[in-house]
Design a protein around this ligand. Structure first.
Ligand code: HEM
Length: 524
C-alpha cells in the first residue's frame, strides 16, 4: 500500500515537473519571440505574456484602429507589436506603404488574416472555401480577374437603374420621418446597401428593405468580438490554425452561429442556380447573366489548368465553394462599408449645414430629371468630395489595409521576414497635419477641389491601394452618391438635441457608428 502511494506521488511529481518544463519552454519561446522587434531596433508597445497585444486589439467597443493610432503617436510612423506569436509592423510612412502595397506587391500579396482561423489560403485542398478578400497568390488572382468585370464602369451603368430603385425604396421608407422626430439614419442605409448587394450579387428579384432577415445576420457578424477561445489559440499557435479551425469548426467565431446562417443563404442560392442552369442546358435554353452568381458560374468548369504564378499552383476551375465564398464576402463587404460611409457623411452634413446647402445647390443644378442617372452622378463633384472627406475623417475599413510578408525582403534598411504582418495606420495618414494642413481635423470637402500640389498616393487609402485595392470601390462610391443625391434633393439632414455630440464607434473589423440621430426637414 505504502509503495503504491509512493509511486503515485512520484508519478504526480513527474507529471508536474514535465508540465513545468513544457510551460517553461513555451514561455521562453514566447519571451524570445517577443524580442523580435527589439532585436531589429524597432520600438513598440509591451504586450501581455504569450498573447502580446491581441487582447487590447480585439475589443469591439474600442476599435483597434484607434489603439494603433495612439501607439503611432507614441512610437512614430513605424513600430512593431505582437499578435500572440506573430510580429506585426504598423506603418504610417507613405513611402514605406507604397513599397509594401505597390512596389513590392510580389513580397506582400497576401492580406493579413483578419479571421486567422484558416488553413493554407493558397491551397484549395486545405482550405476549399476561400473568398476574394482572404485568398492569396494564384487563387486570389484568379478570383480577382473573374470578379473585376462586374465592377467596371460599363457594368455599373447596366445595374444603375436597379440600384437607384433601391435608393427610391429607401426614400419611401425614410419619408415617415419627414418634419418629424429624430431617428437613426444609419439603419436605413444598412437596409439599402444590403438590398443593393442582394440584388446584384444574389439575384434577389425586388427590393426587400425592412423585410430581409439577412440584414440582422450580417449586422451581428460585424459586431462579433474576437476575444474567443479559438481566436486565442490561433493567435498563440499560428502554425496550428488549421487544426484549431477544424476542431472548433462549428464555433460561432468560425463557421457556426451567424456565419453559418449567412453561408446557408449563399449555399442555397448557388446550388439552386447550378440546378436551374443545368436544367436550362438540358432544354437548350441560354442562361442569362443576372447577377454575380451567374457571372462566376459562367466560368464554372471541371477543366483543371495549372497556374504557377506567385510560386504556387492552383486549379483554374471555379468550384461551387469558390462561388459560395465570393457571394458571402460580397454580402459582407458590400453591406457595411457603404452604409457606414453614408452614415458618417450624413452626420458630418448635419453638423455642417453650410456644406450641405452647397451640395444641395449642386444637386439641384445637375439632377434636373426625376431619376438621377449614372452620368449625372459622375458630374456631382462636390458630393464626391463630401464622401471622400467623410471617408478621410472616418476610414471605415482600415483593418483591411494590411498585408502579410510572403517572401523575406527589406523595407529601407529593415529586414522583413516571411510571415511578418503589416498594418497601415490609416487614421494617422488621414489625420496628418503634414499631409492635410492645419485643418486636418475639420470637415472641408473643398480641399478635394483645390488644384494645389497633388498629394502622395498613399495619403488617402480608405479603399486600400495597389493591385488588391477594393474591387467594389466604384460600386460603393456610386451607391453612396446616388443615395445622398436623392436624400439631399428632398430633405435637409438636420442636427438637433438628440444628435450625438461625438459618435460612438465600434467594431473589430469595420468601424460603425452605434447610431447617427438626425432630423429630416422637407426642402420644398
Ligand atoms: C465605401 C465603401 C467601401 C470601402 C471604404 C471599402 C474598403 C475596402 C478596403 C480598405 C479594402 C482592402 C484593400 C486593400 O487591401 O488594399 C477592400 C477590399 C475589398 N472590398 Fe471593399 N470597400 C467598400 C465597398 C465595397 C463594395 C461595395 C464591395 C463589393 C460588393 C467591396 C468588396 C471588396 C472586396 C471583395 C475586397 C477584397 C479585394 C481583394 O482582395 O482583391 N467593397 N475594401
Amino acid at each position: 500500500m505504502k509503495t503504491s502511494h509512493l509511486s503515485c506521488f512520484q508519478n504526480t511529481m513527474g507529471l508536474l515537473v514535465c508540465f513545468v518544463a513544457v510551460f517553461a519552454v513555451i514561455a521562453s519561446y514566447f519571451k524570445w519571440i517577443h524580442t523580435y522587434w527589439k532585436r531589429r531596433g524597432v520600438d513598440g508597445p509591451v504586450g501581455l505574456p504569450f498573447i502580446g497585444s491581441f487582447y487590447d486589439l480585439a475589443d469591439k467597443d474600442k476599435p483597434r484602429g484607434y489603439i494603433l493610432h495612439e501607439w503611432t503617436k507614441k512610437f512614430g510612423s513605424i513600430f512593431g507589436y505582437y499578435e500572440g506569436a506573430t510580429p506585426v509592423l504598423v506603418v504610417s510612412d507613405v513611402y514605406v506603404l507604397q513599397e509594401i502595397f505597390i512596389k513590392k506587391f510580389d513580397c506582400f500579396y497576401a492580406r493579413k488574416n483578419t479571421n486567422r482561423i484558416h488553413g493554407d489560403l493558397e491551397c484549395s485542398q486545405e482550405e476549399p472555401r476561400v473568398n476574394l478578400f482572404a485568398a492569396r497568390g494564384a487563387r486570389w488572382k484568379r478570383l480577382r480577374s473573374l470578379a473585376s468585370p462586374a465592377f467596371s464602369v460599363r457594368a455599373l451603368k447596366q445595374v444603375h437603374n436597379k440600384m437607384e430603385n433601391s435608393v427610391l425604396c429607401m426614400i419611401d421608407h425614410m419619408a415617415k420621418h419627414e418634419n418629424s422626430a429624430a431617428f437613426n439614419i444609419h439603419e436605413y442605409y444598412q437596409e439599402f446597401t444590403y438590398d443593393v448587394i442582394s440584388r446584384l450579387a444574389m439575384g434577389q428579384a425586388y427590393s426587400e428593405q425592412f423585410n430581409n432577415e439577412g440584414v440582422n445576420i450580417v449586422k451581428k457578424i460585424f459586431m462579433r468580438s474576437n476575444r474567443t477561445l479559438p481566436w486565442y489559440l490561433a493567435v498563440l499557435f499560428p502554425r496550428f490554425q488549421n487544426t484549431v479551425k477544424n476542431f472548433f469548426f462549428k464555433h460561432e467565431s468560425i463557421r457556426g452561429g451567424d456565419v453559418a446562417l449567412l453561408y446557408k443563404f449563399c449555399e442555397k442560392a448557388v446550388y439552386d442556380r447550378i440546378k436551374e442552369r443545368s436544367a436550362n442546358a438540358e432544354q437548350e435554353i441560354e442562361n442569362d447573366q443576372n447577377d454575380f452568381i451567374d457571372m462566376f458560374l459562367d466560368y464554372y468548369t471541371e477543366a483543371e489548368i495549372e497556374d504557377a504564378e506567385f510560386g504556387t499552383t492552383v486549379e483554374k476551375k471555379v468550384t461551387s465553394e469558390d462561388v459560395i465564398g465570393s457571394c458571402f464576402v460580397f454580402l459582407l463587404a458590400g453591406f457595411d462599408t457603404t452604409a457606414n460611409a453614408l452614415a458618417y457623411a450624413s452626420y458630418l452634413l448635419a453638423k455642417n449645414p453650410e456644406k450641405m446647402h452647397k451640395a444641395q445647390q449642386e444637386i439641384d443644378e445637375i439632377c434636373t430629371s426625376e431619376n438621377i442617372s449614372y452620368d449625372d452622378i459622375a458630374k456631382l463633384n462636390y458630393l464626391d468630395s463630401i464622401i471622400k472627406e467623410a471617408l478621410r475623417i472616418y476610414p471605415v475599413a482600415w483593418f483591411a489595409c494590411s498585408r502579410e510578408c510572403v517572401k523575406t525582403t527589406t523595407l529601407g534598411g529593415l529586414v522583413i521576414d516571411k510571415g511578418v504582418r503589416i498594418e497601415a495606420d490609416v487614421t494617422a495618414l488621414h489625420h496628418s497635419k503634414e499631409i492635410w494642413g492645419e485643418n486636418a481635423e475639420q470637415f472641408v470637402p473643398e480641399r478635394w477641389l483645390e488644384s494645389s500640389a497633388p498629394r502622395h498616393t498613399m495619403s488617402w487609402i480608405p479603399f486600400g491601394a495597389g493591385p488588391r485595392q477594393c474591387v467594389g470601390m466604384r460600386l460603393g462610391m456610386s451607391e453612396a452618391k446616388t443615395a445622398l443625391a436623392h436624400v439631399l434633393r428632398k430633405w435637409s439632414i438636420v442636427a438637433g438635441p438628440e444628435t450625438e455630440e461625438q459618435l460612438r464607434i465600434q467594431g473589430c473589423t469595420t468601424t460603425s457608428p452605434e447610431s447617427v440621430t438626425v432630423y429630416l426637414e422637407a426642402r420644398f
